[in-house]
Design a protein around this ligand. Structure first.
Ligand code: IPD
Ligand code: CA
Ligand code: CA
Length: 264
């Protein structure tokens, strides 16, 4: 696995080198949905990542957010690529975004890299080999209670009125040190992995948002499921990632927060 990881690290660093100077320049944005932004930087980063992965692994499948990936019949391995996670932050000059590259073997994440080119933080993990930040081993937080925890979530850019997440936000805010909404699911997962957050939850994330981050949390000693505690599947409708210790408590509060969706 470490050979795949080394290649992913090298590619994430190259993509970060595209994004970093572009972050300081004025951006041209266009819209994929009401508030779903895309920039030329998303496309340039993706073009580089996909080209490099194809060259290294022509028989692997690639799923990439901006659509330039490719299927490979019967492929055992599939790369899940978010060339710029946190595009809204990037477009507004808020320095919280990352390149996320995850490799899944028959649907199960086995290698993952999340790189923030502004803080120069490279989060890496390979199945069974631990999670690392800039080469140093990382672990989830030892905190045992939601009341002493800092947690995080995100809100969708599509069908915003259908999301009941504001109810969850409210219930978790009342029971914790606070809920952060930082705008990059990949980095939120890394923050759980390295103990900055005790938990992160979100609905309707895509496989490119989570493939690398899920592995980072698990390899750092955390737990990732859906809200009911069933195994999280890449691209599944619910994700709950925690330091393991507050997982059951998060699930209990999620039950309280569950309300029928309103609006359209
Ligand atoms: C988004 C970010 C955000 C999350 C959204 C994602 P993008 O990804 O991860 O934190 O709340 O659900 O779509 O569009 O910036 O790649
Ligand atoms: Ca994303
Ligand atoms: Ca993206």
């Amino acid at each position: 696995m470490s050979q795949f990881l080394d290649v992913a690290i090298e590619i994430a660093r190259e993509a970060g080198a595209i994004l970093r100077p572009e972050f300081d320049r004025p951006k041209q944005i266009s819209y994929k949905g009401e508030v779903d932004i895309v920039t030329e930087s998303d496309r340039r980063s993706e073009a580089l990542i996909v080209a490099r992965l194809r060259k290294h692994y022509p028989d692997h499948a690639i799923i990439a957010e901006e659509g330039s990936g490719s299927a490979a019949a019967g492929a055992k391995y599939c790369w899940h690529v978010d060339p710029l996670d946190g595009t809204t932050n990037f477009a507004h000059g808020y320095p919280c975004f990352a390149v996320s590259i995850g490799l899944a073997e028959e649907g199960r994440p086995v290698a993952g890299v999340v790189f923030n080119p502004v803080s120069d933080e490279m989060f890496t993990a390979a199945r069974g080999e631990g999670a690392y930040l800039n080469g140093k081993r990382i672990h989830v937080s030892p905190i045992e209670k939601l009341a002493y925890s800092l947690v995080a979530t995100g809100f969708p850019t599509h069908q915003r009125k259908r999301s009941a997440n504001i109810n969850y936000y409210w219930e978790f805010t009342l029971r914790s040190h606070g809920v952060r909404r930082d705008g990059s699911a990949a980095l939120d997962l890394c923050s759980v992995a390295c103990g900055r957050f005790e938990a992160f939850w979100e609905f309707n994330l895509h496989s490119w948002d989570t493939a690398a981050g899920v592995l980072l949390v698990e390899e750092a000693g955390g737990r990732v499921t859906d809200m009911s505690g069933a195994p999280y599947e890449l691209g599944g409708p619910q994700m709950l990632a925690t330091n393991r210790r507050i997982h059951a408590e998060m699930q209990e509060v999620a039950l309280i927060a569950e309300r029928p969706a309103t609006g359209s």
